[in-house]
Ligand binder design. Structure first.
Ligand code: SAM
Ligand code: SF4
Length: 462
């Protein structure tokens, strides 16, 4: 049964009271956060509202330390794959909205294979499948796309995880997605503030706030235990939305034993058919960094995803504050990866800010001491939902993730690296060896470093 677990007055009251939080109280909350203790809603609201430079510096420092302690220097890589831009909805912020006139398209299975080939040539192993909501793009079509992608084999392996970001749907449809072995089901609430939600969703099924809000309950009922939430920052009051996101997470934890597997933090971008200046709640860079850091503090074990909506500089900064997963070389249009090869552009959903190709992003991560990870092992070995969370909370996840990240990065370096890339990669991997507990994996990694150094590199595909 659908329910509204977002109590607007309660959140507004929290934020109102947070304005009067005193410095000593906030410092005590930060001490608690530093010791890894859970903060109350009131404490989180007070951190969000604080503009005191000393508090901000501590928020950034604590978030950075949590990030290092739990996620080490691993960054999981993925790319979006748009399969259809038909949409019945009229979301004021999106260029796929049904009043915008452009030549819409849904990929045929042959076109889909061509897109996936391009993504595989960039080294991607994990995709987020994206689509508008329309009869043209039924759940059976989405399932067919997933099966086609999993069915493709390449010289360098295959796409191993297909996450899905499609409109809120029925339990029956979620069952179909589950049978197709989706990775995470991702859906952004856009905003938890119902009057704002109503204002920016002008028409179509998505206008139903409660149906959208309960989508993860239906997904869980259908057996999908990996769900990923998010809000589109720039629509409503960002602090209200952070509190909504955390309350949504708690609702899922209480009801299903596990909250969000990931939280995405998309921020509004310019798109064809809309004017970003019409949105009164745009979030500036400094506030956005604070939001990322506070989310990191509030839910330390939940992966955080940042897309190419953010600029190169912001991505660099936010990686230090809590982001654990980023996209690279992304296209936000249907057929966009093939079109890019042909220097063609039609109608992206929105304009991205980090336009670098995947290899430039991966190389910079490496130069900054991060290990780009192409790992999908948790999902493939059934470590999802509460099984993943209990491993993460016990601190054991690092022992599993580091070797897997290193193995998949070795694989990437051998399959895609040119000489200079492989030299840098082997030096980076070598530095991690003392941190690998398992003797067999340590030996295997040393062997892999030798292989990376001795194999002939290939030219990068950008
Ligand atoms: N159509 C489905 C839906 O709306 O739930 C699937 C996801 S849609 C392809 C991906 C997401 O893009 C949306 O949830 C929305 O948050 C985001 N988006 C839409 N327009 C945007 C814009 N102008 N800037 C940044 N993100 C945008
Ligand atoms: Fe359609 Fe999603 Fe865009 Fe809304 S955000 S118009 S539902 S594609």
């Amino acid at each position: 049964m659908s329910e509204n677990f977002i109590n607007r007055e309660y959140i507004e009251d929290l934020l109102e009271k947070a304005k009067f939080a005193d410095n000593a109280g906030i410092s005590l909350s930060l001490d608690k956060a530093e010791k890894g203790e859970t903060l109350s809603h009131g404490e989180i609201a007070a951190l969000l509202k604080s503009e005191n430079p000393e508090h901000l510096a501590r928020i950034f420092e604590i978030a950075g330390n949590i990030k290092k302690r739990i996620y080490g220097n691993r960054i999981v890589m993925f790319a979006p794959l748009y399969v259809s831009d038909y949409c019945v909805n009229r979301c004021a912020y999106c260029s796929f909205n049904n009043t915008h006139n452009f030549n819409r398209h849904k990929l045929t299975m042959d076109e889909l294979r061509e897109e996936v080939k391009m993504l595989e040539m960039m080294g991607h192993k994990r995709l987020a499948l994206e689509a508008g909501e329309h009869d043209q793009c039924s759940i059976d079509y989405i399932v067919e796309c997933i099966k086609t992608i999993y069915g493709m084999k390449f010289e360098n392996g295959e796409i191993r995880r297909v996450n899905v970001n499609i409109a809120a749907t029925t339990t029956e449809n979620y069952r179909k997605l589950k049978s197709a072995q989706i990775g995470t089901y991702i859906l952004f609430q856009e905003t938890y503030h119902e009057p704002t939600y109503d204002k920016v969703h002008l028409a179509g099924p998505k206008k139903d706030f409660i149906f959208h809000l309960n989508a993860f309950d239906r997904a869980q009922d259908a057996g999908i235990d990996d769900v990923g939430g998010g809000v589109l920052f720039g629509l409503g009051d960002p602090y209200f939305d952070v509190m909504g996101l955390l309350i949504h997470n708690e609702h899922l934890e209480e009801k299903y034993g596990t909250g969000f597997h990931t939280i995405s933090v998309p921020r509004l971008c310019q798109a064809e058919g809309m004017n970003i200046g019409d949105f009164p709640n745009l979030v500036d860079d400094e506030t956005f960094a604070k939001i990322v850091a506070v989310i990191r503090i509030a839910v330390p074990f939940t992966g955080m995803i940042l897309s190419t909506r953010e600029s190169h500089e912001m991505r660099k900064k936010l990686l230090r504050l809590g982001i654990s997963q980023i996209s690279a070389g992304s296209s936000t249009e249907v057929g966009g990866y093939v079109k890019r090869r042909q220097n063609e552009k039609t109608n992206p959903q929105f304009f991205v800010n980090d336009e670098r190709d995947a290899v430039s992003i991966i190389t910079e991560l490496m130069d900054d001491g991060y290990i780009p990870s192409f790992c999908t092992a948790c999902y493939r070995s059934g470590r999802t939902g509460d099984r993943f969370m209990s491993l993460a909370k016990s601190g054991q996840i690092g022992n599993v993730c580091l070797p897997n990240a290193l193995m998949t990065f070795c694989e990437y370096s051998m399959d895609y690296g040119d000489d200079s890339f492989r030299e840098k990669a082997s030096a980076l991997i070598e530095k991690e060896i003392p941190r690998i507990d398992n003797e067999t994996i340590r030996r295997k990694t040393i062997e892999n470093i030798e292989k990376i150094r001795s194999c002939a590199g290939r030219d990068f595909f950008v």
